[in-house]
Design a protein around this ligand. Structure first.
Ligand SMILES: Cc1ncc(COP(=O)(O)O)c(C=O)c1O
Length: 395
């Protein structure tokens, strides 16, 4: 009856069942994993939503890449980053997830392979499955900071003749590392030399935790066909409005046919609503205010985490940007990441994400840095106390 590609394990995980059970019992749970910006007490000014109520929005113009004024607003946003874009290279979609799906349809045939960073965002597996692609992870290495392991990427590419594209995420979720200039150049060179496309997901670009500017592939001439992804869900903390974009760059001889084909794919779905497209110039103009609020929260939460784990057996991994922090807990015989997540739920009423969800081995937990600061402060104190109780009780 059903496709092989949709034969996913859909049962709730033991941790999800335990959380549901604790909720039913009325346990006073503190959820440290909420990354939905509309559910963590962040408020946009009400005028922002007024931009969506224009009566002229009733007119429908089915344009595959989106309304010209909306695409111009995206170009204007990048001008603010010092990047001059041709509006013709910008394609709107309802989300970056959808943008990935369209790019995979553009670039790969069933059985081809997609190179993705590991650890990274779990959605990529499903996107690859839906396009009948093999997902080939390449390593991000940690030596006090996270880096693309270029040696591993080369080895994976050598072993994957059907590779069609390399995905890079900057800053990556959950490791929070941007791409260095050297990594951008190396990825570009590798992709160009092997005639692969590069997909660079920059959805968290606007959220560095320091004030260092970070560049992407659009800031400079590139040899590979490159698609840069961004969207309102993170950049303006508006996931409910469903608008994202793909920017094609690289050699014109590749960009032009890519855009011609992408236009057919986008035209097949026409998935972006008119009101959000018409409001986009005002939504993007308002975005810096919420970005500044979020960046303050990210920094405050990181400082709280750093203070709380100092001198304990828990390590806070360094974060350059994005909305996630990783904690490394002691790896004990019966306590790996899943074990700790269960233990913290049962002993401290805490919800934390085990690192295996992102392909991390060991005893890592992922926490959302969007968590309201008061809740995070209480939660991390409970977490540290629970870990210390376990360590004090001995083997
Ligand atoms: C790295 C990364 N890319 C893309 C997305 C999806 O964004 P969108 O809401 O635009 O589909 C997420 C969502 O968490 C993400 O973490």
């Amino acid at each position: 009856m059903f496709s092989r590609r949709s034969a996913w394990v859909t049962e709730a995980s033991p941790l999800a069942l335990a959380i549901a059970d604790a909720r039913r019992r009325g346990a006073p749970l503190l959820d440290l994993t909420i990354a939905n910006p509309s559910a963590v007490g962040l408020r946009h000014p009400p005028e922002l939503y007024a931009a969506l109520g224009d009566p002229d929005d009733a007119a429908y113009e089915p344009l595959a890449f989106g309304l010209p004024a909306a695409r111009e607003a995206v170009a204007n946003h990048y001008r603010g980053r010092g990047v001059a874009l041709d509006v013709a290279s910008i394609c709107l979609s309802a989300s970056t997830s959808e943008a990935y799906a369209h790019l995979l349809a553009l670039l790969a045939d069933p059985g081809d392979a997609l190179l993705v960073p590991s650890p990274s965002y779990p959605l990529l597996r499903y996107l690859a499955d839906l396009a009948d692609l093999e997902l080939v992870p390449y390593r991000l290495a940690f030596d006090g900071a996270w880096h693309v392991d270029l040696g591993d990427l080369r080895a994976q590419l050598d072993a994957t003749p059907r590779a069609r594209a390399i995905v890079a995420i900057a800053p990556n979720n959950p490791t929070g590392n941007y791409l260095s200039d050297h990594e951008i150049a190396a990825l570009d060179e590798l992709a160009a030399a092997r005639r692969l496309a590069l997909i660079v997901d920059e959805v968290f670009h606007e959220f560095p935790v320091d004030d260092r500017p970070h560049r992407g592939p659009l800031e400079g001439p590139r040899g590979a066909l490159t698609f840069t992804l961004g969207g309102l869900s993170k950049l303006a903390a508006l996931p409910q409005l469903k608008l994202a974009w793909t920017i094609a760059s690289g050699p014109p001889a590749l960009v032009h046919p890519a855009l011609e084909r992408l236009e057919v794919i986008a035209d097949t779905f026409l998935s972006v609503g008119t009101p959000v497209q018409r409001a986009l110039p005002r939504l993007l103009a308002a975005a810096p205010a919420i970005q500044a609020t979020i960046r303050r929260r990210l920094r405050a939460n990181l400082a709280t985490l750093a203070r709380a784990v100092e001198g304990t057996a828990i390590t806070l991994l360094p974060v350059e940007g994005g909305w996630t922090a990783l904690l490394r807990l002691p790896l004990l015989a019966d306590l790996d990441d899943r074990g700790w997540a269960h233990h913290l739920l049962e002993s401290a009423d805490l919800i934390c994400q085990p690192g295996y969800l992102y392909d991390l081995d060991g005893a890592y937990l992922a926490l959302s840095l969007l968590t309201p600061p008061e809740a995070l402060a209480v939660g991390i104190d409970r977490l540290v106390a629970a870990v210390e109780r376990v360590l004090a009780s001995g083997p």
